[in-house]
Write a protein that binds this ligand. Structure first.
Ligand code: BTN
Length: 273
């Protein structure tokens, strides 16, 4: 895989969107296990694709790949993740968790909770999670997480809209950190805060599903709401989100009392239940 060093200070024209500095980021992150190196690429199809290729080639855990721009960024449920150059944080971490396969689904949910905590603290915002791992501010989506497994590796990709302007957002229900804080947000310190929070939770996590679940539920805004869930295959499940079960599935209770646990789907928060 070509991760050859790129210029540290490429020319850029939008002064509101300064580039990330790979050397400074790597220096700062070395003290925060499991991270070993931060690669900053100017343009790549998808950092998740790159990390999957690296994992298959035997890359050790702890690699962080950040893209200043993705040309084929991917989201959950076969969606795209679109962000103008340097307007957001788009990065993927490569991990090899030594936990039982059955508890692996908790890893991205645990890291999503950490990301929400870190962004909240750094930007002084209330960031919540919509099941399974959308980051919301004021009910609008500011970020998302896409995890993929290959062998014993899990790559966890995170996209966060940072300085994205309203007219650049892909959907009406999306937002960015700058729009929410009404001030510029510096991506370098934010990325470091995210990596520190995620790294610390990861190295201290021994695969205890209940520990991950309770940290996740602290941030999850879906449980207790009336929801409509678009399931794979296009069926719609409507009811109240009553729990997230021990395996990370969303439990929805229909008006007739029937409960269904869903492991994938697109949730719409209808209103507080
Ligand atoms: C979602 O909300 O559906 C998940 C979005 C995940 C986007 C990130 S950006 C970095 C990484 N590379 C990708 O192609 N996707 C993830």
């Amino acid at each position: 895989m070509d991760l050859a060093p790129r210029p540290e200070r490429p020319a850029y024209t939008d002064l509101d969107r300064p580039p990330l500095q790979a050397r400074a980021l790597t220096r700062a992150i070395l003290a925060a296990p499991p991270w070993r190196e931060v690669h900053v690429l100017q343009s790549v199809a998808s950092t998740n694709d790159l990390a999957v290729t690296a994992a298959r080639a035997g890359q050790a855990e702890g690699m962080v790949v950040v893209a200043e721009h993705q040309t084929g960024g991917r989201g959950r449920l076969d969606r795209q993740w679109v962000s103008p150059p340097r307007a957001g944080l788009t990065f993927t971490v490569l991990l090899r968790p030594g936990v039982a396969p059955a508890v692996r689904p908790w890893l991205p949910m645990l890291l999503a909770a950490c990301a929400a905590e870190a962004v909240s603290a750094r930007c002084d915002l209330d960031v919540s999670l919509k099941w399974p791992n959308d980051l919301l501010v004021g009910g609008r989506k500011v970020g998302g997480v896409l995890a993929e497994s290959t062998g014993d590796a899990v790559v966890v990709g995170i996209g966060i809209n940072v300085s994205t302007r309203s007219d650049e957002l892909p959907r009406d229900d999306a937002t960015s950190l700058s729009l929410e804080t009404a001030r510029p947000v510096d991506r370098g310190p934010l990325l470091l805060a995210l990596l520190r929070a995620m790294g610390s939770a990861y190295v201290h996590w021994n695969g205890d599903a209940e520990a991950a679940r309770s940290r996740y539920l602290e941030r999850c805004d879906t449980v207790g709401r009336a929801v409509s869930v678009l399931l794979p295959g296009n069926a719609v499940l409507a009811g109240e989100a009553t729990d997230v079960d021990a395996t990370g599935r969303l439990v929805v209770t229909a008006p007739d009392g029937v409960t269904t646990a869903v492991s994938a789907g697109d949730v719409v928060h209808v209103r507080p239940a």
